[in-house]
Ligand binder design. Structure first.
Ligand SMILES: Nc1ncnc2c1ncn2[C@@H]1O[C@H](COP(=O)(O)OP(=O)(O)OP(=O)(O)O)[C@@H](O)[C@H]1O
Length: 667
């Protein structure tokens, strides 16, 4: 037993050079064993109980069963490393060098033991003694240091090559997935949460990148060491190999069972981490609202729930890992004890030397360590496969509405026609049954209706963020579906209900909408800001157009944000303008000035404008008003025409607002 513990100590002292998982096997596995069955049993019972309680996790579990590791996934993961194959091959060549040196060490050690034994027993003559390895190293220390340095350099070069290859794969993956996500249609974003997607981009991409770089290198090193030490075991003593043959099937079986479990828990873990990230991202980005509603404790509880889910899965994952490494520990030490027992018999029969037994033991430890490292490689690969399946899903998803392609039309000569349009959001009741109306070119069309009647949705359909489920939208007789969506949107200036600004300067926010920002002149920017009545407040800031607006424009007032958003819509000189409640955050006088500016703009150009408004005072000058009610167009005409209709929906809306917003109607 003392030799056994000596060898295991020897192995521990070499932890830095043995693959990380083997370190865990020899150093930590005994501790897992010592913790005893009580801990394992109670953890198992508690976790099982908790899993039953966490319905979210439970329901998701089923879907993981379907996602079996497939060679297709593996091929797809490996193909990511394709562009960097030379870097990886170089890393593997360095691995060959370091592994050769590493594998020769036990052989040299065995030889030294035998030489020492023979010298002690004085079995050698003087000539033989001059050939002693120990003497050679004593007389040529540079050769020894040189070999060791070569090994060290090869390790450093391998790690550099693999690490950089991994980072390049991660970069590619993140860019490709981000590009694919950006191209998705709005229905995708309605279903998928941004925090979750960000988690995929950060955590999952890291895992996949690692599994094709450092993990691949660790796996290759383990395989090389396993094959090399296996071969050298056969070379050292064929008779001793009988013991090994019995143990290998047990180890392979353990791989298979726990590897599968690991993949399942990894998938669950990634799902849970993504969920926690989603909660954190959403709540922190709305921290003002959380503070105003004194919801800190509620949000902490929501986040803690997510973290608890992670904890439960982590316990099961830890248990599976522990059992796996524990099994390796057991089989490993059993094999080692058998080797020592059988080996000492062979020595006593004169069929084996002490040096050969030592070499064999070290090779057995090395191969056990590398088998364990291969299990680590397998687990990491399973993790990579788990992480990749969701990433590839995102990467390969084809949006229902393409980003580009089709007829390049960006203006309206006659009219935009909504023809029997029906539409409903996914998982909701149909919103529109039959919407038909015209938006004449160069005129202002206002869309009104009660809250939730679908006014903003009409703007979304016009921008082709969604496709109608029935009917058509025609632009001068051409179906919107046949137009190039990006080209079409590029010629539409949009100001949404909630102006969205980016955390950069006012100037950058204004030119954000331009397709060629570098071509936008200072005069264009100032002109757009003047038209939207923003120039006057911008010039009062010390840094004027270079003022940073903070996250989502948090350092500006609602009205200021809206005016910058209007300037952004105007700077591109769009052919079509969609103003969704665009003036709602402006005070009465600013709104009036913006309106005068817009009217001037309309008088001088052929812009087609769609205003979606609640405040009916703002649409008095519209050429046409479309009233949407209960999924269809209820009324259509000028302000004067609609107000005349007794019991008309528009008239009622105006009456309601006159009562509530009297002061707004004064100008
Ligand atoms: N992305 C979405 N996914 C699912 N349902 C949505 C989505 N956007 C809007 N809805 C629903 O569609 C309906 C119409 O919404 P829309 O924003 O078009 O109404 P609106 O008339 O502009 O309302 P408001 O005047 O209050 O802004 C609402 O019931 C809303 O809940």
């Amino acid at each position: 037993m003392s030799l056994l513990s000596h060898i295991s100590r020897l192995c521990c002292s070499r932890c830095s050079s043995i693959p990380s998982s083997s370190t865990r096997l020899f150093c930590y596995a005994p501790q897992i064993g010592r913790t005893g069955g009580g801990f394992l049993r109670s953890t198992l019972i508690k976790s099982k109980q908790a899993f039953r309680n966490v319905s979210v996790v439970e329901t998701k579990r089923e879907s993981y069963k379907l996602k079996n590791a497939s060679w297709k996934d593996l091929k797809a993961i490996l193909s990511l490393a394709g562009p960097y194959k030379w870097r990886i091959l170089l890393g593997i060549s360095f691995l060959g060098v370091s592994s050769t040196i590493f594998l020769l060490t036990p052989r040299v050690l065995g030889k030294l033991i035998d030489e020492w034994d023979e010298t002690k027993q004085d079995k050698m003559d003087q000539t033989d003694k001059s050939l002693l390895l120990a003497r050679y190293f004593k007389e040529n220390p540079v050769a020894l240091v040189g070999v060791l340095m070569l090994g060290a350099l090869a390790i450093a070069a391998r790690i550099y090559c693999m690490h950089t290859a991994g980072q390049l794969v991660i970069n590619d993956l993140r860019k490709t997935v981000f590009n694919s996500v950006l191209r998705q249609d709005m229905a995708f974003f309605d279903k998928n949460k941004v925090g979750e997607i960000v988690s995929r981009l950060s955590t999952d991409a890291l895992i996949v990148g690692y599994s094709v770089s450092m993990n691949l290198s660790d796996g290759a090193r383990a395989l090389l060491t396993c094959l090399g030490s296996g071969g050298l075991m056969v070379y050292t003593s064929l008779a001793m190999c009988k013991v090994i043959v019995v143990v290998v099937p047990v180890i392979v079986g353990t791989f298979a069972v726990f590897g599968k479990l690991q993949r399942k828990y990894t998938l669950m873990m990634q799902e849970a981490v993504a969920g926690a990230n989603q909660v954190a991202t959403e709540r922190l980005s709305s921290v003002r609202t959380v503070r105003m509603l004194v919801a800190e404790k509620k949000e902490l509880a929501a986040y803690s729930d997510k973290i608890n889910e992670i904890w439960l899965i982590s316990k099961m994952e830890g248990l599976a890992k522990g059992c796996m490494f524990g099994s390796f520990q057991f089989t490993g030490y059993l094999a080692l004890s058998s080797i020592l027992f059988y080996g000492s018999n062979l020595i006593s029969q004169g069929l084996l030397t002490y040096g050969e037994l030592s070499s064999f033991c070290l090779y057995a430890v090395l191969s056990a360590g590398s088998l364990s490292a291969m299990s680590g490689f397998y687990l990491e690969l399973m993790k990579g496969l788990g992480a990749s399946s969701r990433l590839f899903e995102l990467k390969d998803r084809e949006p229902k509405i393409p980003l580009e392609g089709g007829i390049q039309k960006g203006n309206v000569q006659e009219a935009i026609r909504f023809e029997h349009v029906a539409f409903g959001y996914a998982d909701r009741d149909p919103l529109f049954h039959n919407i038909s109306f015209d938006v004449p070119a160069g005129k202002i069309t206002a869309v009104v209706g009660s809250s939730g009647s679908g006014k903003s949705t009409i703007a979304s359909l016009l921008l082709r963020l969604y496709d109608p489920t029935n009917g058509r939208i025609l632009v001068d007789g051409v179906d919107l579906k046949d137009l190039d969506p990006s080209y079409w949107r590029r010629h539409i200036g949009t100001v949404g209900q909630e102006p969205v600004l980016f955390s950069t300067t006012i100037r950058d926010n204004i030119i954000y909408g331009s397709t060629e920002p570098e071509k936008v002149s200072e005069a264009d920017i100032v002109s757009a800001a003047e038209q939207s009545n923003a120039d006057e407040f911008i010039m009062r800031f010390p840094q004027k157009y270079d003022t940073k607006v903070g996250e989502h424009g948090s350092t500006l007032s609602g009205g200021q944000k809206q005016r910058i958003a209007i300037a952004r819509a105007l700077v591109n000189k769009p052919n079509i303008l969609i103003m969704d409640e665009a003036t709602s955050a402006l005070d009465a006088s600013s709104e009036y000035l913006v309106r005068i500016a817009l009217n001037k703009l309309l008088a001088n150009s052929k812009q087609t404008v769609m205003i979606i408004a609640h405040r009916l005072s703002t649409i008095k000058h519209a050429d046409q008003i479309v009233v949407v009610d209960k999924g269809s167009v209820a009324e259509c005409g000028s302000y004067e025409e609609l107000i005349q209709i007794p019991d008309g929906i528009f008239r009622k809306l105006v009456e309601k607002q006159t009562f509530g917003f009297k002061d707004q109607d004064s100008y």
